[in-house]
Structures are given as C-alpha cells and as structure tokens.
Design a protein around this ligand. Structure first.
Ligand code: IMP
Ligand code: MG
Length: 333
C-alpha cells in the first residue's frame, strides 16, 4: 500500500487542505499524519455547508475512519489543538507524538513584536520562537504537560507499522517550498524546512518509504507577509482578477502574481515530485467551476494544464475546480 506525501509548491496557501481532504476521503488511508511547522499554518476545508479552518489537526480528519496524528517535528499549541479536536468531533482518533514541542504564552509574545513581526511578517503564532527554543534544547515537549496526556503516541512507530501491514498512509505538509528555512527566500521564510524531505523527518518516515510525492500549486501565486514576489500585482489588479484572498491565520490580504513556471520547476526538483495538483483552476477559468472530468474543460483551461505538464515534466494528477472537497478532477488511473 502506498504512502503519499502532499506539500506546497509556492509560498503556502496553495489549497493543500482541500486536496488532502479529497485524498483522505477517496483513498481511505489508515492514518493521516501532519508534519511541518506548527499553528502558523491554516488550512480551509469546505464540506457541503460547513467550513473548517484548521491550524493544528491534519486536514484529513473529515474521513471518520482515519486516525489523525501529529509528528514529533511539529510544535503544538495545546489550546488550539484541544479546541479543534472538540469542535470538529475528532476525539478518540487524534494523537500527538510524545516528542512534539509545546508553544507557550511566552512564545506568542516573542512572535508578536520586533523583527519577527515587523520585518518577516510572521503569523504571530509562536511557532518560530518555539522552534528556536527547541534548538536551544529548552522547549517543553508534549509528554511533559498534563493536558495532552490522553493523546500521546509514538507516531513514527505507528506509521512504519501501518506500512509494514500494507496499510495506506497520507502525509500532510504545511507552508510551501519557498518558505523553507533552507530552500526559501531567507530571511523571509518560516522557522523550518518544509520540503518533502523535511516533512518526512518531522514524522519519522525514511526516504525509501515514500511512494508518491504530490506538490500542490495554485493556478496563480500568492504570498502573505513580506519577502520577494516576482511580478507582483498591485492590490487593485489582484482584486480585478478576482484573486484577492485573505490569510486563514492572520486575515491579511495575500499578495498575488501569475503562475511562475521557474519557481514551479524548482519546487518539483527540490521535492522530487512524482505528481502535481493544481488548485483554483475555476478562479483562472470560471467556466471550469465544479467540473469533475478533464474532458469537460474548455480548450484554454486544458492548454494551461498541458503547459504545466510540459514545463514541469510531471503529470497533473489532481485539479481543483471549486472550494468544496467534491469540486475536483482526479486523473489518477
Ligand atoms: P512564521 O512561520 O509565523 O514565523 O512566519 C514567517 C513567514 O512565513 C511569514 O511571511 C508568514 O506569513 C509565512 N507563513 C508561515 N506559515 C504560513 C502558511 O501556512 N501559509 C502562508 N504563509 C505562511
Ligand atoms: Mg494557509
């Protein structure tokens, strides 16, 4: 049974949450596990009438049969996690690795002022300062605090055992390739590596145990916070094109630019992508809204997808055509 890892190809907010909720419903994995930074991430998932904004739980929680887990490389804000578990009804199948770092009040304070806030435009979630303390070896871990005692697990053992038993595992990355501390636009990046290799390290899955690596790109590029963005549109032009989006965590207007093939090629290389997902095709080509098969797309939309495949040399396996989990074209097999 294969393991699939899903990561962002640009600057986060590519729409990974929606892709992951589709994969978790369609592929029925035994475990959905989250790597990545921490509650600086915000995934929006729409299921019928309901909209979920998740910051700590894996987006695959919508499949009620799936165990949801957070790997030891992720820093956890216990208040946010516990609130999501109870609000979204995921109690009894949510687990946190005993070695996850813990965000405390003081990390939130350090993240809400000075260089991090003003120069980098951090999310203020305490993620960066907590990772700094982890590097200093002074951060508390999940096993040290009472409120998480009922959720503790050895995530890497569970994952590797599931794969040994021929069960399917879905791995969620957060942020995006060019927010990586190593491969991104330093210093305007997050506090960790968030490429596929980094995400695997976060959860304790060795490189040889990954079968599919899906890199998610939005049909245009957005960036929230500071740092370079090639061919950035003015806020007025962003609005005119219908590309105005607001951050899930921070509520800030996202900066926007056209799809960037050079960046996308580099993301494919850095992550060794085997598949690509393209989201929000309906924003670029409104006549593709809610379509569920490639044949239903109009010629300009088809050529855009074809161009991506030609330029990147990787198949576009999934295409998002609307905000709901079911607004998707799944071209795998
Ligand atoms: P931090 O990760 O909160 O320290 O923020 C560092 C930079 O990464 C800022 O520009 C944030 O806006 C950006 N960032 C962090 N997490 C995300 C995310 O999940 N989506 C989009 N941008 C993010
Ligand atoms: Mg987001």
């Amino acid at each position: 049974m294969p393991s699939t890892i899903v990561v962002g190809g640009f600057f986060g907010d590519e729409g990974k949450g929606k892709i992951i909720s589709h994969l978790s419903t369609k592929d029925d994995p035994k475990i959905v596990v989250r790597g990545g930074a921490g509650p600086n991430a915000g995934h929006t998932i729409r299921d019928g009438e309901k909209t979920y904004k998740v910051r700590m739980l894996p987006s695959g929680f919508l499949n009620k049969k799936t165990k949801v887990m957070i790997g030891p490389g992720v820093v956890v804000n216990p208040d946010i996690l516990l609130k999501e578990i109870s609000e979204f009804g995921v109690a009894g199948r949510s687990f946190v690795d005993k070695n996850c770092g813990i965000i405390e009040q003081e990390h939130l304070q350090r993240d809400s002022k000075g260089e991090l806030k003003e120069k980098i435009g951090s999310t203020g979630s305490g993620t960066g300062p907590a990772n700094a303390d982890r590097a200093m070896r002074i951060l508390k871990l999940a096993k040290d605090i009472d409120s998480l005692s009922g959720l503790l697990a050895d995530v890497s053992t569970e994952l590797n055992t599931a794969l040994d038993n021929n069960e399917r595992v879905l791995v969620e990355g957060t942020q995006g390739t060019f927010l990586s501390l190593w491969h991104g636009t330093y210093p305007y990046v997050t506090s960790k590596d968030v490429t596929a290799s980094g995400i695997c390290a976060d959860i304790g899955l060795g490189p040889k145990r990954v079968d599919d690596i899906m890199v998610v790109f939005k049909s245009y590029v957005t960036r929230v916070g500071t740092g370079p963005l090639e061919n950035e549109l003015s806020p007025e032009d962003t609005e005119k094109r219908g590309w105005a989006e607001f951050g899930t965590v921070t509520g800030r207007l996202r900066r926007a630019a056209d799809f960037n093939f050079d960046l996308a090629r580099r993301a494919v290389m850095l992550n060794s992508a085997t598949q690509v997902a393209i989201t929000k095709l309906d924003i670029l080509f409104p006549d593709t809204a809610h379509k569920t098969s490639f044949e239903q797309l109009t010629p300009p939309a088809k050529s855009f997808i074809q161009k991506i495949e030609d330029e990147l040399g990787v198949p576009v396996a999934i295409i998002g055509t609307g905000p709901e989990s079911k607004d998707v074209i799944d071209r795998r097999n």
